[in-house]
Design a protein around this ligand. Sequence first.
Ligand SMILES: [Zn+2]
Length: 433
Amino acid sequence: MEYCARCCYPANARPTIIFDDEGVCSGCRYHESRQNVNWGDRERLLRAVLEEQKARAREAGNPYDCIIPVSGGKDSHYQAYLMKHVYGMNPLLVTFNHSYNTRLGNENLRNIVKKFGMDLVRFTASPEAARKISRYMLKRVGDMTWHYHAGIRTFPFQIAVKYKIPLVILGEHGFAELTGLVSIDDLVEHTKWSRQEHDMRGIEPNQLINEESGITRHDLSPYVYPPDEEIEKVGVRGLYMSNFFYWDALPQAKKMHEEFGFNLHPGMRERTFILHGKIEDHANDVHDYLKYLKFGYGRATDDASMEIRHGRMTREEGIELVKKYDAARPSSLDIYLDFMGITEEEFYSCLDGMRDEEIWRRTSKGKWVVTDSIAKHVNDFGVNEARVPLVAKADRTFGKNNRKYYWRDDLADAAAKKMARQEKKAARRIIVL
Ligand SMILES: [Zn+2]
């Protein structure tokens, strides 16, 4: 397997990644291209769109001038902050509740509503429908969070049409930031197609209705995108804020934690070292573990690569973290096996035909083993030439200015470890509402 000479991504990273002559990946080049953007111009562009929406809402007598889809994470907080405090908008918050919440996630969602004084529409999908869809999609595409991604990418647009609110404010364009799927110059917006292709694995809800799945039209209602005519009639657009600002999760999470009460994960996690991202639900750990089982890399690869690009960590430090976390079986898998009513053997056997044989090999005894890893590519050609200059020591990932935002066992004090144990206990259940 080829690995990026700068970050930790393998050549089979999803949805797609390419390497240039220097062995550097498209995600790293995308990140680099952010240095050349005139962010002042971008901000003015956004401001003009927002002012226009404000005027349109006033004219139409609509109390809301934009929608912010929120989960309760750091980005939700930051989007709410931008819209309300920086631009004086009147947003309607919209949450698709997929049933896989953590206590911390629900607390953070309440925090947004209270701190920013906004109205919230929360749609709770029936846990029974979530169970049926999770089971079926695990078998069909190796993904038990299809309803989760489909819901968060669809339901806010249903509300946009119903309430006639044409502007939907999204956070970062994840696939652009991670693997450089698009160019920063394209100012890509949310579309029905990108939602289907990247968030829903190319599958529209009606394709889930069959005898085997037992899924009904009723179960799928929150995942059906409004018809094109209705989207056009209201003029709905979904804008990614990462196209208008220099996006860096760490300073944004810091600001939200320090000034607006965003709760951080209190201590060690099972699949990554970051304590401020993707902490609002259990599903991320299992979803990410599935990615590892299929493609041989996981969230620590994503998170370490981003830290390396920001100059907060060396590639060597990133590799150590990938070794520590990427293959770890999350304990929340037990919760999901129980929820879906399947055994662990059934879970693994669902994936047999989906493992990327570029990286997985099946032994004669039927056991799957990884055939390569970035740990074997520490000194690859071009690594030294591809390095990003490091920031000051105190500002690095595990530097003293960032202690609360990342976890490293040897740096954590006894109180943090105790809190982490308590949180882990509390987190061992799915909280529907
Ligand atoms: Zn890279």
